[in-house]
Each structure stands twice: as C-alpha cells, then as structure tokens.
Design a binder for this molecule. Structure first.
Ligand code: C2E
Ligand code: MG
Ligand code: MG
Length: 780
C-alpha cells in the first residue's frame, strides 16, 4: 500500500520513530533488571554455598565427637579386643540409634568391614566410594546412597579396629539446609554420569534428566526460572556426589515487576501523547499545504477572484509560500487582463480594434438595433507611406484618432485596425444623419497638420453601410463598408454609401476573374466566325474569329467583359494560345476540304508585349501545317498605343513571317494615321461606332469617308465593321471601302453554320461585283 497523503506519512514517521525509541528504552530496562536479578541470585547462591559448607562442617564435627565418645568407651573397646562380635554389634546399634546415625560400621585391625548396623540384601554393606570432606568427615557412597561419614580408631592401647558412623544425605538434611540457607537443595549421586539417586526440596527437581544439571547455570522448571550453583562433594570415578543449591528468580524479578509495569505504562502514555502530537503537527503542516494546493488549482482554472491566505497567519516558509502564491495570482490576473485588453485594442492608437467592433456590432445586430458602420481611411495611403515613412503616417493617425475621439457622439465606438483604417460604429443612427456626421468628422481631420517639419493636408475618405437595412452579417457589413470606401473620392464625394448593385457587379467580376483561368480546361470556350465581305467582288475571302465563353453557372459571358478581366488577371496569354490553336485546327480542317479562308483573330496588347509571342505563333502554324498567309492578327488601336516600340518589334517579326496584320477599332484611340504608317499593318478596321448609324451628311460619314481615303493613300485596305443595313453596305461600297463586316452580312456563327452560309452568300452578294463603284486599291 502506498501512502499518498503527506499528513499520514508525517504521522507514521513521527509515531514510528517514537515507538522505536520507547521500545529500545523498554528493552534496555527489561534486560538490565533481569541481569540485576540474576546477579542478586548468584550472590545469594554464593552465600548459600558458604552456609551449606559451614553447616555440613558443624554437623561433621558434632558427629565426630559422638563417634569418638563411642570409641573411647571401655566396655566397647574390651568387646572389640576380645573379638566379641555380637556385643560389638549391639553396642554399635545402641550408639547409632543414640546419635541418629543411619549406619554404623565396624572395621577390624586389618581394615576389613566386619559389622554394618543396617546391612544390605546380602547381609553386608558395600562401601563403593569414599572421599574426605573436611578434617573430621568423609563423604561415602554406600549401597549407591550418599552418606556423611565420621570415623574413629579404637585403641587398646594399640589400634584394634575402627568404627564409623554414617548419616544419609536425606530429605530431612535437605529440608534443614533449606531452612538455614534459604535456598532449595538437591543431592545427586551418580554413577558414570547417570543419576543413581537424587532428592530435593523442590519436588519438580527429582525429574531432571540425568546429566542436564552439569553445565546449566539457569534452568526452567514448570515454567519457573531458577539459578543454581553446584558443589562437588565426591568425585571418584565412576562415582560422584553433588549438591545443588537452587534459587528461584521469581521473587527477585517480582521486585522489578512494578518498575516494569510503570515503565510500560509510561511508554504507552508517551506513545499516545506523541501520537496525538504527531497528528496535530502533521495536520498543522499538511492542512496549509492542502489549502495552498487548492488555491493553485483554482488559479489554474482561471479563477483569480479570491485571496490566497492561511487560516492561521504563519511567519514560516508555508506563510511565505502562501504570500508568493497570492502575489502570483495577482500578477497573472493583471497579465490576463492586459492580454484581454490587447486582444481588443490596437497598440498604436490605444483605440479598440476590429475584434471589439465585431463583438459590439454582433450584439447590436442580435439585439435588433439599427445603425451605421463607417470605415475611414487616408486617400492614397501607400503613397503617403512611401513619401514620408511609416512613422510619420503613424503619428498622423494618432493625432487624427485624438481629434476624432474628442468629437465622438454618444452611442458610438471608434476603432482603428491597421489596413482598414478607422472603423466607426454609430448605433441607433439613420443613414442621412450618419453621412452628415461622418462628413463633419472628416472635416475635422482635413485641417492642415505639421508633423516633424512636414506640412500635410491629409485627405480622409469614408464608406458607410447601414444595418440591418443593407446587411446584417458582421463580416458582410465590414466588407460593404470597405467597398463603399473604395467608391469614395476626395472632394464632394469623400463620404460614399454602399450600393448593392455595385456589389453585385463586383461579385460577378470577382468570380469571372477567378474562373477565367479554368475556362479552357473546363471546355467552356468556343470560337465563332464572322465573314468579311469583299465589296468589290461580293466574295468572302476572310473571316474574323471571335471567342465565346459559356460559364457553367452564369451562362454566355461577353468578350468585352471577360477579355479585360483576363488581361487584368494575367490569363490572357492562355486564352490567346487556346484561340490560336482552335483557329489553326479549323483552318487546317477547312483546307483539307478545299475551303480557303483567311482567319483573323484578335490579340491583346499584352500578347504583343511578350517578346516570345511571334515565335509561339510561328510554332503553332508549323504544328498545324498552316501557311502564314491564312492567318491575320487584329490589334486594337489603343493596344498599339500602349507600348508602341515593344509592340512594333513583335509586329515586325509577325509580318516578316508572312502573317497579315490589322488595326482594330480604329477611331477610338488617339493615334494618327501618320503614326500608323510606320507600322507594318495591311488592314485598317473602322470601329463599328462610326458605322452603326451611318447616314449621309453625318459626322460619322465624314470621318468614315476621309478615313477610307487617307488609308487608301497609305496603301491600307479598309474594313468597316458594324454594318447592320444594306444602305450602309452600299454607302461604304460607294465610298470605296474594301471589306464589310456586320450583322447585315452575317452574325458571328459556328464553323459549320459558316460553311453553309458561304454557299448561299455567293449568290446573295454576286450583284455587288456588277455595281458601279469608286476607285479603290486592290487588297493586299
Ligand atoms: P472586335 O474585334 O472589334 O470584334 C467585332 C465585334 O463587333 C464582335 O463583338 C462582333 O460580334 C461585333 N459585331 C460585328 N458586326 C456587328 C454589327 O453589325 N452590329 C453590332 N452591334 N456588333 C457587331 P464580340 O464578338 O462581342 O467581340 C467583342 C470584342 O472582343 C472584339 O471586338 C475583340 O476586341 C474582343 N475579342 C473577341 N474575341 C477575342 C479573342 O479571341 N481575343 C481577343 N484578344 N479579343 C477578342
Ligand atoms: Mg476584331
Ligand atoms: Mg472592332
């Protein structure tokens, strides 16, 4: 089990440590008291041994005296001298009974045992071992039993025999000795180490196993502990007689029991008290730590609205930690506030930013409020930055922000967003009112300013959109305001209001500009052909190829619309290549069927400006195996005027390779015929705007007639486009115009339709060759 809480660990540690210390003390006291009890017992035993010796000696002396009295008795000596054994035996018996001996022995002058007062089974006594105990006494083993033996020599006057009195080491002696020494006594006689005979004041001691007493200093009997000392009385192998003095430890230990009980009590009380102390101490450490951890968790959750403090003020490290965490909480809250402020404000001006406007606008719209959103920016901002540097413009913006802020009406929000300029939210205001207000504000900003020695008269423009009338989405409104701003112009129109139609056109332009590059890949492009009728012959030697784009969603798109877009977005080269390939493939196909037509296709100014364009055309001709004379390129007059020099090089190269060239839409640009003369072109196409309403005597008629004449003078063939009536056709034929192109002749049609038309046209225009006409040069 892993203990996780700090509190439990502290408690466990403190209590554990204390328990260990107390245990050590307890063990030390316990062992020292036991040792001391044992030492006391040993001393008692030592003392007892000495007492035992002296008691035994005293007894021996007493017996020796009695024995000598017997030996000195005249009658007894006479009986011995005369060898009267029955008399000797009865005297021995009397004497033994008198002094309480257990055995009385008589030895003759040769030392032979002649009489024993208490003979064994064989009628005699067996003295098995004898050893001296003191000068007066002996210890003997007679018939396997230990005896205290005292003897006396019988003299008459020479030694005639010897008499000995023996006292058994019996229970009575043991009891007596116990009384005197205060120790338990055990007599043991053994044969060859085996106990033969034992008696003791301790009943349990009889059962000791043989040999077990020898080396033991302490022993356990019936659950009692004893200490013993052993004295040797006789040692005559194989016989031995020992006395053991035994002291029970119980009483000695009992005197220490109180001490031990008290010690145990003190230990338990100390353990309990220390446990309580540990619990309190651990609590006083763990509680503040837990409360600080809780505070840290709250801060982690982003809750800073509380003070971090401890229930009890403390000056220690925990108190310092609490103060630090509280300081941290304050700083984080401040920083988060700063971040939140930064997220909603512009660092340059300190004004709210677009994010704030979005938020306010969103809630205003959601709340069903109406109002006006205005976007204001500097006219020609990029040029200003280029001329004076960003720092100066920033300075200008800051000053303007101050002026605007000072003049702001209530319920309005002024913001600055780099790239968008000032964004002004006017809640609850009508559009007319807002236009006047914003115009006034711009008036304030239009005052002359001097910044770092530069005098400026900044032109601010504004675009307005009203919500929810004109839009309700925040992003939509911002875009609309920005579109309106794009319409604003310095002067009377510095405040422009968003117009939905302009937006639609803009959206459409945006989509077309995006999609035009994919038109070839999506097979949305096609080519139609419009014939050019030769007015002198009624023949159709040439057609103009015109591109068509069928947008999959928006349907047919007029070339006037998409060509400009393609030029603006850089897709025009792609389209030109596509038309070139389509046209040449068609020519190749016609030629293969014997139809010989020169096809004129339109190219853009950008194509001419690309130096590799002539080479691309040549390669395409080669690829399709079409001779250059079947291809003609039309370039508008205005395109030629854009980069005359660069265009000239390309035109020259195209012309050199045998391709014929035409100036398209002549009359709409500012070129002079003199200038055209320097270009390698062969055809001049009078723009349809002069031809469409051609009537005799009109300005157009004058222009057309003089243009035809001048072009002829320069050796150019003239093509008139936009012929919608027979009169116009005839008029032009009359004035010597070379080719006619227009709805009257044919609308631009698909290749198959054109082929069918060509057949009918032969008959329809044959009459032209018959008509009387003015002089004209032959086509080139
Ligand atoms: P454009 O080259 O001057 O072509 C003549 C335009 O006049 C064509 O318009 C034609 O349909 C129109 N038109 C011809 N006869 C009449 C008539 O009797 N009455 C009226 N009202 N219009 C007539 P479209 O096809 O719309 O082409 C417009 C312009 O787009 C072309 O003027 C040309 O500049 C440009 N364009 C057309 N196709 C291409 C092309 O493949 N490449 C380039 N770069 N421009 C092209
Ligand atoms: Mg053309
Ligand atoms: Mg034209």
């Amino acid at each position: 089990m892993v203990i996780k809480s700090l509190r439990s660990r502290l408690i466990l540690l403190l209590v554990g440590l204390l328990a260990l210390v107390l245990l050590a003390v307890f063990v030390a006291v316990y062992t020292s008291t036991t040792l001391s009890a044992e030492r006391q017992a040993a001393r008692q035993l030592e003392l007892g041994a000495r007492v035992f010796r002296s008691v035994l000696d005293a007894r021996a002396r007493e017996l020796a005296t009695a024995t000598q009295i017997l030996a000195a008795d005249f009658g007894f000596r006479q009986a011995v001298a005369s060898g009267d054994l029955p008399t000797i035996a009865s005297a021995l018996d009397n004497q033994a009974r008198r002094i309480g001996a257990d055995q009385a022995l008589f030895f003759d002058a040769a030392g032979e045992l002649r009489i024993a007062s208490a003979p064994g089974r064989d009628g005699q006594a067996q003295i098995q071992a004898v050893a001296s105990l003191s000068p007066e006494a002996l210890i003997a083993v007679i018939d396997q039993q230990p005896y205290l033996l005292v003897d006396a020599v019988l003299r008459a006057p020479l030694p005639v025999g010897e008499v000995a009195m023996a006292f058994r080491l019996d229970q009575a002696l043991a009891d007596e000795l116990r009384e005197l020494t205060g120790l338990d006594i055990r007599f043991v006689s053994s044969y060859d180490g085996e106990v033969q005979h034992a008696l003791s004041t301790l009943p349990a001691a009889q059962q000791w196993p043989p040999g077990s007493m020898r080396d033991k200093q302490t022993l356990n009997l019936d659950g009692e502990r004893y200490q013993l000392v052993q004295l040797s009385l006789l040692e005559q192998a194989p016989y031995a007689v020992h006395v053991q003095l035994i002291s029970p430890l119980r009483d000695l230990l009992a005197s220490f029991a109180v001490l031990k009980r008290e010690l145990l009590l003190i230990t338990l009380i100390a353990l309990l008290a220390s446990s309580l102390l540990a619990v309190w101490l651990a609590g006083s450490l763990a509680r503040p730590v837990a409360s600080l951890a809780d505070a840290a968790r709250r801060i982690g959750r982003g809750d800073y609205q509380f003070r971090v403090w401890l229930k009890r003020r403390r000056a220690d490290e925990l108190g310092m930690l609490a103060d630090s965490i509280d300081l941290m909480r304050e700083r984080i809250a401040e920083r988060e506030q700063q971040l939140a402020h930064n997220a909603m404000h512009d660092p340059l001006t300190g004004l709210p930013n677009l994010a704030m406007v979005r938020e306010r606008l969103q809630s205003a719209v959601a709340g069903g409020q109406s109002g006006v959103l205005a976007q204001c920016n500097l006219d020609e901002l990029a040029q200003l930055v280029n001329a004076h540097g960003q720092d100066l413009v920033d300075n200008l913006v800051c000053q303007s922000a101050e002026r605007l802020n000072a003049a702001l009406p209530p319920r309005s929000l002024l913001a600055w967003q780099p790239g968008s300029g000032f964004v002004l939210l006017l809640e609850g205001r009508a559009l007319d009112d807002a236009v006047l207000l914003v115009d006034q504000l711009l008036g304030l900003l239009a005052d002359k300013l001097q910044i770092e020695q530069v005098k400026l008269r900044p032109q601010w423009l504004a675009g307005l959109v009203e919500w929810p009338r004109q839009g309700s989405g925040v992003t939509e409104l911002l875009r609309q305001a920005s579109m309106a701003l794009a319409d604003a112009e310095p002067g009377d129109h510095r405040v422009a209001v968003y117009q939905a139609q302009r937006d639609e056109a803009y959206q459409r332009r945006l989509q077309l500009a995006r999609d035009i590059a994919y038109a070839p890949r999506h097979e949305e492009l096609s080519v139609v052909y419009q014939p050019k009728l030769a007015l002198a012959s009624g023949q159709v030697p040439q057609v103009e190829a015109l591109m068509r784009w069928h947008h999959q969603r928006l349907g047919p798109i007029r070339p006037d619309e998409f060509i400009v877009l393609a030029e603006q977005t850089g897709s025009i080269a792609l389209l030109t290549q596509w038309v070139l390939n389509a046209v040449l493939a068609q020519v190749r196909e016609w030629l293969s069927r014997g139809i010989e037509l020169q096809v004129a296709m339109n190219i853009s100014a950008l194509d001419l400006e690309d130096a590799s364009f002539p080479e691309q055309v040549e390669q395409a001709l080669e690829r399709h195996q079409v001779a250059p004379r079947y291809l003609s390129l039309e370039v508008t007059e205005s395109a030629l005027m854009r980069e005359p020099e660069r265009s000239l090089a390309s035109l020259q190269r195209l012309r050199d390779s045998g391709i014929s060239l035409a100036v398209d839409d002549y009359g709409t640009g500012y070129s002079s015929l003199a200038m055209l003369k320097s270009l390698p072109v062969q055809y001049l196409k009078i723009d349809k705007s002069f031809v469409l309403q051609l009537t005799e005597g009109s300005d157009d008629a004058v222009i057309v007639r003089s243009t035809i004449e001048l072009a002829h003078n320069m050796g150019l063939a003239v093509i008139a486009e936009g012929i919608e009536s027979e009169d116009t056709l005839h008029w032009l034929q009359q004035r010597g115009c070379d080719y006619a192109q227009g709805y009257f002749v044919s609308r631009p049609v698909a290749a198959e339709v054109l082929e069918a038309w060509l057949g009918e046209a032969q008959a329809r225009f044959a009459y032209l060759a018959e008509r009387e006409v003015g002089v004209s040069p032959s086509p080139v």
